[in-house]
Write a protein that binds this ligand. Sequence first.
Ligand code: ADP
Ligand code: GN1
Ligand code: MG
Length: 362
Amino acid sequence: MNKQEIITKFAIQGTILEVKEYGSGHINRTELVETQSAGKHHRYILQQINTDIFQDVDGLMENITSVTDFLRRKIKARGGDPDREALCVIPAKDGSSYCRVDGKCYRMYQFIQDAVSYDAVERQSDFYESALAFGTFQSLLSDYPAETLHETIADFHNTPKRFAAFRQAVQADVCCRVKDVGKEIAFLTEREAQMSVLTDLLAQGRLPLRVTHNDTKLNNVMLDQKTGKGICVIDLDTVMPGLSAYDFGDSIRFGANTAAEDETDLSKVSLDLELYEQYVRGYLKGCQGSLTGLEKQMLPMGAKMMTLECGMRFLADYLSGDTYFRIHREHHNLDRCRTQLALVADMERKWEQMAEIVAKAE
Ligand code: ADP
Ligand code: GN1
Ligand code: MG
């Protein structure tokens, strides 16, 4: 079945004008669909869900439709615009939330108009707004029935399990690449003991499990093109029970790095403490005082852990033959791994300042 036929399986308006690749996510395949009806222009986002990674598509889509319905009701109740402030799933004509065609799964979203997602921070205020949006997202979901969520990727941020998977990839060495990454393996191995800090606190009941986004990259939030205000959190594939430190940490990992995630000149990589501070302020404001003292204290650890974990995931994927994260050049995952480890090293240098900024934030 061709793309046009797939698109017309969804309850969209108008006739198709153009379909083009869109965005820079590493997991799904995203396309912008433009249509026209009676002189009116419409835009949609078509996504091919990565079913190697998300095997329970029914569970995944149930999470997304339930969470977005829940958010839409809350946004409406507080006088907001649910069509701009929450993702809107366009169902298939047969009423289902996605389509399965030739073994592939597709879903359609309403395109969020007059909004942008950034791959890098351009203005400090954008980062603050993204923090406010992710914090607010967590607050809005504070009374969502977490037990009804499907675990779309088991142990997604279980860093010790990620370490074990990484060790296995080293052992297997299926691409004979281990010989080239001794320094990176040593860096990670030296930090093994720290990897269970958050999971231990969770197991001891000292950190609360919340409904979190778990993939809080800057390009997973839409900001209003005119006002710069954060309007909508997107990419809801990994909304699952998790720790506030995960959401905080993953945003810092990506957005407060002075270099791109795949920069090859490691001298450009560092933690921008001003951006970090902006994020702390925005996130705490969005969380509306709901974080416990220990949760707040663990935010810097979240930043370090998410960066270490992501570096480890990139390296494991490099060793396994680049089967998980989409790559655009040779050694792309190794380059990505190296920026993450360089960022961890810089966080270690700035550790006291990171803790101080959180301690003095409201
Ligand atoms: P991935 O899981 O591959 O990261 P995303 O859901 O994040 O996929 O989508 C990729 C990009 O497409 C986003 O970063 C954003 O720029 C754009 N995008 C996704 N959904 C929408 C939407 N509903 N409206 C406008 N842009 C969107
Ligand atoms: C992936 O889908 P995307 O590009 O927003 C990944 C995240 C990583 C991130 C690294 C489901 O996010 O966990 O932190 O790449 N998503 C999944 O850039 O694995
Ligand atoms: Mg994304």
